[in-house]
Design a protein around this ligand. Sequence first.
Ligand code: GMT
Length: 380
Amino acid sequence: MRIGIACYSSVGGSGALAAELGKQLSLRGHEVHFISDGIPFRLGDFQGNVFLHEVEPPHHDVFRYPPFELALACKMADLIKTHSLEVLHAHYAVPFAVAAYLAKEMCGGCPVQVVTTLHGTDITLLARGRAMYDAVRLGVEKSDAVTAVSMSLAEDTKRLFGSNKTIEIIYNFVDTVRYTRRDMSNVRRHYASPGEPILVHISNFRSVKRVPDVVRVFAGVRNTRPAKLILVGEGPEVPLARSLVRELGVEQDVYFVGTQQEVVSILSMSDVMLLPSEKESFGLAAIEAMACETPVVATAVGGLPEVVVHGETGFLTEVGDISSMIDYVNALLEDGALHRAFAKHGRERVEACFSSAGQVLKYEELYRTMVGGVVSTTFP
Ligand code: GMT
């Protein structure tokens, strides 16, 4: 099939997922055209049958703001025509699904099928805040098929729009061949003493991630034992996290390593992942950790209970319940057998429910049903 994938290039789970999906589809013989504002996060090295089309909004004196969304729609329309795209997969309703609808209109009744995947922020923040409600709803309603990354998000969407639209749940995934625990002892010793546990948090440091809770949980654990914390990512709350680290006197034990393209190495040196988010439609970082046999202590919000099984692959608490999180981390660090069991179950759960091998087939099947009949592949 000839597939367009429209996504944000910036750091985040939706871009990472879209990039991985495109790469896996190309390996399965499809021709994949990324449409984005830059090189999608984690797209990685050159791969045959993958094309990147960057959207450059026009700058002109008459425009107070460069019209990105219109440039995006024009780029999509151009690609639909020049590459005869059969499927256009929008990752986020706004702006991608709305632009895809516009592009289809521009092409005047062309048969391209628009698939929209909801990743969360469009529904849980943008549409709920009302300012973008109508735009998100239009994107959802006008898509030929809609998927959501968790049941929780699908239910939120239906509740919000009172819509009967079918929303298929296709969970996020990781490549379980690449995402596997490696021996990192040579690197680990630069971060922690032998036997000293490492906690890890990966996010874009937006306020919904509650990074101050990560630091507080770590400081609580650190009160009872030597330990280290690795913070991966950049974002608006980094300065707040840095000042809290200083205030709580744990500067010597916390590493801010910034955004990383590759997290398997860091997860492989880590003992517990902390994900105390206020909202999380899925929690891609949680499955990355579980794939690398790192148990997760998270909050029971959004899609996280569909990902982390409480008492089996990690622990779930209420938002802001720092003391329970500290107790759960300590329980995992004190009981080697418990930690090993959680690590094993986490890995098994990812293999069973969140592996690229299984999930990519679901997207492919959806495309196939929509396009109907014979499917063309262009790469042996
Ligand atoms: O979490 C973020 O701030 C980034 C956001 C994104 O756009 O990449 O993540 C959302 O999509 C991910 C991929 O489906 C999900 O794993 C995240 O849970 C979701 N974030 C939120 O719901 C806050």
